[in-house]
Design a protein. Sequence first.
Length: 276
Amino acid sequence: MYDTNRSQFRQELDYYNILGVSETASRDEIRRAYRRMVLEAHPDKNPQRSEWAEHRIRLLIEAYEILGSDENRRVFDIHRKAAAKIRGESEPFYFTRNTPRAQALLILFYLTNKEEEKGAEMLLEMEEEFGNGFLCEHLCREDYLDSLFLLAEYQLQQKNFLAAAERLRTFYHHDCRSKSPRHYFDQVIGHLGNLYLRKLPGVLAPVLLTTYLSEASEFSLKPADEILRLHLLAGAALDSGNLTIAHRAIETCGRVEPVLPALVELQIRLASLRQA
């Protein structure tokens, strides 16, 4: 349950707005809104946006724990009105302020409220002005990583695979050495593996593809995908002129799958480049 004894509620959240109800809504109206929105956000109804669904449901539960309890709601209303009076505002501060922190929270709001296009466009503007570390600087770790994942899911839906890969790759490098990685970390690796092996070859320059495929050695791929990775890595390394990586990939692939037909062609290309 939410701790109403603490000195502050989460300033960035307006629980009335999350549940889509007015300040004068009855308990029945709040309960109906909560149930309807939980059903709408259920992962079964959002199979392509599982992390968005989980994040959305957590927000809905938190909002209902506050507004569904007379005492919690009373305390929240006091804090909410006092904060609005101090700021001279009637809406959450990220709707009315133009500070980087407020803008980052507004992007998070858009991403978690089915307005990903707005969030993605706004983030690009902020990154142009403040640099690529904008979200990381102004959001807590959990919200930052959630934002990266939600952005990537949106970009995957838009078939913007390179942009999705960049967001997921940033997530991966931020969290791969963490003692407590996010619970959906394996989903990130799964998306990256699919992007590196099936979506980006033929799109990326050979040098960059070599970097990505080398990185994928850390993903604990299935045997068939590991063979595919080695084959693609050897080809990309040959195309970029990195004969050392190409030789290593061909040698490893030969030990794993010695009868792979395409391996012979790679070996011939390697030998030819070495003689040149």
